[in-house]
Design a protein around this ligand. Structure first.
Ligand code: NAD
Length: 366
């Protein structure tokens, strides 16, 4: 790791700049109090970039993202941009970043803080202490593979079709990330597909099993059909540690897992690319929530998902595990103290705004 860690900050639209603002304060604090030097650069993305440059992502910002040690992303989108042509919509900026940076591994943790155990719709005993990770393949599969399209049928009407396609290297590389992550966690990987009805699922299971045999003997591994996984997530989610799955199933299962925790404003995510020959990995970190236009500018957005995204960046891209642990602990303590933003408020707790929540997290770090 170079002396200066290069961070590109892309706050984006809506509440993005508000929540990322708190992340910047934490970064400042780490710089000052822990003597960590960051080479911090800020850029525009989404509607904010469109307003200035007429595009949701400039080539210059993309180049900065590719050369950064980590990109910290806020959120994009909003009603102001709803009528723009497809290619200019704010979300295209995010999708282009993911594609051009080749971020094939999407990490979506779902954890329940003790203080938040009553926010879930599930029984306390089912979700108390939950800490699982859904690893979704992000650049292949049915959202990208050809052929796809909508065509007229000779007999009238149309046909719409997509292709779910995975190759051995694509399955192996996401499988390796799963094994690595499990080693840093509780040592279990569940590979999820539908090999009972899909050819791509048969290959997925075959390749994963070979990988588990050759590279994953030190961890516990299993295979599960996606529909069963969907059920198991609400029946007994604590049986899982790392769930690795394809783009489509990962999209659905990661949202299901997120909802187990009952709080959109608390969950971070990471998207990782391959390591280059110097061991440097492209990466982007972002909260799972959107730009929340309904509360933007009011100073009430919950910054915790973004702060925990920074914690993931410290852990996975910057080799700063102990700082990541301190940050996770600070968030946990603030919640234990009963501080809540409006989205997670409950009886008997103290409602605070975005910057007071940031103050409280930084105070705990001290
Ligand atoms: P959203 O996540 O922005 O908001 C859903 C609800 O949750 C809203 O009521 C919002 O106020 C609340 N909420 C979300 N994050 C919060 C936070 N940190 N603190 C407090 N409350 C929070 O989803 P949406 O309303 O479906 O989408 C709004 C816009 O965001 C759309 O333009 C959409 O395309 C975009 N979006 C962007 C991303 C992204 O940038 N990755 C992801 C999802 C949606």
């Amino acid at each position: 790791m170079a002396a200066n860690r290069k961070l590109l900050v892309l706050p984006g639209d809506g509440i993005g700049p508000e929540v990322v603002g708190q992340v910047l304060r934490v970064i400042d604090w780490l710089g000052e109090k822990r003597a960590l030097s960051f080479d911090l650069q800020e850029g525009l993305v989404g509607g904010a970039a469109y307003d200035v440059h007429g595009t949701p992502l400039t080539d210059e910002t993309l180049a900065d993202a590719i050369s950064a040690d980590a990109v910290l992303f806020g959120s994009v989108g909003g009603p102001k941009y709803d009528e723009l042509p497809f290619e200019l919509k704010p979300e295209r900026g995010l999708l282009r970043l993911r594609k051009e940076m080749d971020l094939f591994a999407n990490l979506r943790p779902a954890m329940v803080f003790d203080a938040m155990v009553d926010s879930s719709t599930l029984k306390k005993e089912v979700i108390e202490g939950l800490d699982i990770l859904i690893l979704r393949e992000l650049t292949g599969g049915i959202y990208f593979a050809e052929p796809r399209g909508i065509e007229e049928l000779p007999e009238g009407g149309k046909k719409g079709y997509d292709t779910n396609l995975y190759t051995t290297p694509e399955i192996e590389r996401i499988g390796r990330v799963a094994i690595d992550l499990a080693r840093k966690r509780r040592g279990k990987v569940t590979s999820v597909e539908k090999s009972n009805v899909m050819m791509s699922g048969i290959l997925w299971r075959e390749v994963m099993e070979e990988l588990f045999q050759s590279e994953g003997q030190d961890i516990e591994t299993e295979h599960m059909y996606a529909d069963n996984c969907g059920m198991q997530l609400v029946r007994n989610p604590k049986q899982f540690d790392v769930i690795v799955t394809d783009n489509l199933f990962g999209d659905i299962l990661s949202d299901e897992a997120a909802m187990l925790t009952g709080s959109l404003g608390l969950l971070p995510s990471a998207s990782l690319g391959a390591k280059d020959k110097n061991g440097k990995m492209r990466s982007m970190y972002e909260p799972i929530h959107g730009s929340a236009p309904d509360i933007a500018g009011k100073g009430i957005a919950n910054p915790i998902a973004s702060v925990l995204s920074l914690s993931m960046a410290l852990r996975y891209s910057l080799d700063l595990d102990s700082e990541a642990n301190s940050l996770d602990l600070a968030v946990q303590q603030v919640l234990d103290d009963g501080l809540r933003t409006k989205d997670i408020i409950s009886a008997g707790k103290k409602e605070v705004g975005t910057s007071v929540m940031g103050d409280a997290i930084i105070a705990k770090l001290k």
